[in-house]
Unconditional design. Structure first.
Length: 144
């Protein structure tokens, strides 16, 4: 803890804050990434290639819809902030503007990173499934 930080008398250690946040974010991304990699492998071995194909199609459809929702929601929050800054709903400095800034802070990463990253997940699952396809055909618990 930095003495005087809460009173505004001391300067924050921004690099330590960013370092802690980055490490925690990377650590928290391991379980979802592993789920995305393990799911096609489990489906391919426990079921068969037809179940895997159905899973991959469903992932493609659902992630495309979710990515569009994320992109549009992020863009809407960004545009709402710009609309308020143009003088509507009290303009800059109003409670509406404070809420819009918070929404934009959440919306920008949603629009710019979370939505497009779903495309990477779908491609990764497809490439992994194609690579392991001979093993799925040979060793699946349910025959084709």
């Amino acid at each position: 803890e930095i003495k005087g930080l809460l009173e505004g008398k001391a300067k924050a250690d921004y690099s330590t804050c960013v370092d802690i946040t980055t490490k925690n974010a990377l650590r928290e991304m391991i379980p979802p990434t592993m789920l995305g990699l393990i799911a096609p492998v489990i489906i391919g071995f426990l079921l068969n290639v037809w179940a895997l194909a159905a899973y991959l199609i469903a992932v493609k459809v659902v992630s495309a819809i979710l990515a569009m929702v994320m992109y549009n929601a992020g863009g809407a929050w960004d545009n709402a902030k710009k609309y308020i800054e143009a003088g509507h709903f009290g303009g800059k400095g109003s409670k509406s503007h404070e809420a819009a800034v918070i929404g934009d802070t959440f919306g920008d990463p949603l629009k710019d990173t979370a939505g497009p990253s779903l495309h990477i997940l779908v491609k990764l699952q497809n490439i992994l499934s194609i690579t392991l396809l001979p093993l799925f055909i040979s060793y699946a618990l349910l025959p084709v």
